[in-house]
Design a protein around this ligand. Structure first.
Ligand SMILES: Cc1ncc(COP(=O)(O)O)c(C=O)c1O
Length: 388
């Protein structure tokens, strides 16, 4: 029986050329990049070349604006906590206020919760039934003490894309000194992004979402934005992230972006087209299903569907038996019984949320995989609806 992997939003398999590059680096570059002798210098060059590559991929102004971290989550923590703490250090009497959306990944939401416990004021802005951000609510939430706003580029569960450029510009028009952070973990690798279009102050991304290694990420910090470190120790990464660098991970990020860039138009066209075929075949083949999230402004690789009369865990279990891997909500929530906070924020009822499954396709998905998956899904849904 084949295995059909339809969970690219949870993680992507390693690209073969990334694997080749990383294997070479791990074999041939044993030095600590902080050491001053030859092995150390060689490792340092690899890191700085990778930083330069990431800078040019994002159209950043300077490679010093890129800080490598251990994950997307760490980048998000560093950006949000680091900026808030730096403000609190410099403005001891003022209580900062920070804003995000209700549909962010837990890496953002739990960082906000953590800051709440340190006395920071927070606001969570909602979305409409299609997952579109309530921009007027965001604008009216901005206050004199608002110092930071974090809004994701695309949602990991539904694929809904937020109009970041418009949101960024409207926020800056109201209060130019607000630090604007964006979680771009689902954007980089699935959509076009340039800091020239949206000159964010901070943004976070993660290697394992674009065919690089797991356990590595990066934070872009625009020159002039004040950040305190959250991991203390040595002076690595401009003193903002102590710890000997994960050279393999860092190189994999640059190589992963390089592979992506070399074939970006073709790859995105192919995946978007395949995503539309997948959606059409599901709607044509199975009755009683609903698309969750935005019908148009969405990453086409992501298809979040509710199946009437079916519980998502049971369907996922059956799909796994048929060889199909997908997930309910985000993978980071797997095992949790609580309803998806993202779908709840859309105002969906419990039945719709309990029956929602996210399928996400990517570089190695074929049309044959889609055909196999659609017939497995249909078989599973009909079986469960028949009470078997
Ligand atoms: C939107 C989003 N943000 C943040 C993260 C966390 O990234 P990482 O797994 O690298 O910590 C994820 C991972 O699924 C994500 O989808």
């Amino acid at each position: 029986m084949p295995r059909i992997y339809l969970d690219y939003n949870a993680t992507t398999p390693l690209d073969p050329s990334v694997l080749e590059e990383v294997t070479n680096i791990l074999k041939n570059y044993p030095g600590n990049p902080s050491s001053v002798y030859e092995e150390g210098r060689a490792a340092r060059i690899l890191i700085e070349d990778s930083r330069e590559y990431v800078k040019s991929f994002l159209d950043a102004g300077n490679s010093g604006e890129i800080i490598f971290t251990s994950s997307g989550s760490e980048s998000i923590n560093l950006g949000i906590i680091g900026a808030t703490y730096a403000y609190m250090q410099n403005n001891k009497k003022k209580n900062p206020h920070i804003i995000t959306s209700r549909v962010e990944h837990h890496a953002v939401l739990n960082t906000f919760k953590f800051l709440e416990s340190a006395g920071v004021e927070t606001t969570y802005v909602g979305v409409n039934e299609f997952g579109g951000l309530l921009l007027d609510d965001l604008k009216s939430a901005i206050k004199e003490n608002t110092i930071l706003i974090s809004i994701m580029g695309a949602n990991n569960e539904t694929g809904t894309i937020f109009p970041l450029k418009q949101i960024f510009e409207e926020v800056k028009k109201i209060k130019g000194d607000i630090i604007f952070h964006s979680d771009l973990v689902q954007v980089i690798g699935k959509s076009y992004f340039s800091l020239k279009d949206v000159p964010l102050d901070l943004c976070s991304f993660s290697g394992h979402k674009f065919y690089a290694l797991k356990g590595c990420g990066a934070l872009y910090i625009k020159k002039g934005v004040d950040i305190d470190p959250i991991i203390h120790g040595g002076h690595q990464e401009r003193g903002l992230r102590a710890g000997t660098e994960n050279i393999g991970g860092i190189v994999s990020i640059a190589k992963g972006l390089n592979v992506l860039k070399n074939n970006m138009h073709e790859e995105l066209d192919r995946i978007n087209n395949l995503g539309s075929i997948f959606l059409d075949k599901l709607f044509y083949g199975i009755e009683g299903i609903k698309l969750n999230g935005h019908p148009v402004n969405r990453l086409k690789n992501t298809i979040n569907i509710s199946f009437d009369g079916v519980k998502s865990e049971t369907l996922l279990f059956n799909l796994d038996l048929y060889g199909v891997s997908a997930s309910a909500g985000s993978a980071c929530n797997a095992g949790a019984v609580s309803l998806s906070h993202v779908l709840k924020a859309h105002g969906y009822d419990a039945k719709r949320i309990e029956s929602a499954i996210r399928f996400s396709i990517g570089r190695f998905t074929t049309e044959g995989d889609i055909d196999y998956a659609v017939s497995a899904i249909k078989k599973g849904v009909l079986k469960l609806r028949a009470g078997n």
